[in-house]
Design a protein around this ligand. Sequence first.
Ligand code: CMC
Length: 435
Amino acid sequence: MVQKELVTNNMTLTDNASGASVELPVLSGSVGPDVIDVRKLYSSTGKFTFDPGYGVTGSCLSALTYIDGEEGILLHRGYPIEQLAEKSSFLEVAYLLLNGELPTGHEHNEFVDAITHHTMVHEQLSTFFRGFRRDAHPMAILCGVTGALSAFYHDSTDINDPVQRMIASRRLIAKMPTLAAMAYKYSLGQPFNYPKNSLSYAENFLQMCFAVPADDYVADPILSDAMDKILILHADHEQNASTSTVRLAGSSGANPFACIAAGIACLWGPAHGGANEAVLEMLNEIGDKSRIGEYVNKARDKDDPFRLFGFGHRVYKNFDPRAKVMRESCHEVLNKLGINDPLLELAMELEELALRDDYFIEKKLYPNVDFYSGIILKAMGFPTSMFTVLFAVARTVGWISQWKEMIEDPAQRIGRPRQLYTGPVARDYTPISGR
Ligand code: CMC
């Protein structure tokens, strides 16, 4: 079904070989490039489009997030990320993404209260953790236990019921920090901490990660504010790999817990959410300012698979606006905590050198959000293996909002890309004796 109100033009595609032409509708969104609606292409021409990596393919209509990669702009429901990071809170941004508008005071209180009262997980879920080795990567654990949620919360897996969809969304946003903290505590061999309803979302997460029964724990407001900002900056990012994974999994009618587990699996890769972990490992490997040039040269070398982690982006061909906020926040947190981290010095020098380098200028490779986030997380006391887990906690909001938008779209159908087949043509089976 073509969204008639979005059609602003037609485009004629002509096959030079046969001279046959086909008219394709051109659709316009509220802002950003128009798209050519190719849904009738196969029935009209017998041909598919070819776009590995989906670099120029729009897969859905979405009203959540807009990115202008050339200008370095990121908007959630129209609001610039810089304003949200400065003025809003993570749960307010979560409400905005889920519901389309900023909440009124009453809506805000109801939402915060609901999230706060969904943070505990079924007690039996804690026995799941014992099945994992203590040295398991927390992303492996998070992926497994998130998938297991669908075995615990049957009353919110009917995707056709809007109330169940809302409960599942709230459960996922509320329980993800609890599961993430449990994955961390398990790796340390320390007891799990229950959530506390008197604390904010960020304070609670820090408490569950860092408190021990033997001591009192009060989260440093500098750290809880920084954590809230990190969560806002990672909340959603349009149709990236993990979000598209969530949508594709959800398009078959899979339950939301299973879909978010699929998103976590995709996020883990070093080209995506795993990059913040890789940035810190890379900075540690470089070790000293005197070796930066050597690593920039490695990144430029076509025969060397090495890439500068934290640089480049599929969509941003300018500064990632999240990286700018993260850079500022990184300096602020380290200053306030009185931490003098040589890795920050190294990162700044590397950034400066790369930004002046012809290769990086020509390919429009700028620092992305992951370049600085690892340094703040390290200052907070998180080990590198937890960095992507924190990304997953934040991105759960975007995943579930995108999933909900998809399920509520009347034009939604199962995702099923096509291919250009290059294998053998039909041939007869040869018995083993004849091979
Ligand atoms: N260092 C060196 N060269 C690079 C880098 C880099 N970080 N990123 C891209 N290039 C080169 C790449 O080799 C290619 O060169 P050529 O045209 O000669 O073949 C060109 O730039 C275009 O790269 P691409 O891989 O075709 O671009 P892409 O859109 O497929 O990849 C990316 C985007 C983010 C996967 C890539 O830039 C990358 O691997 N960056 C490092 C990992 C990273 O920081 N990822 C976090 C992304 S932001 C957080 C998130 O969304 O998850």
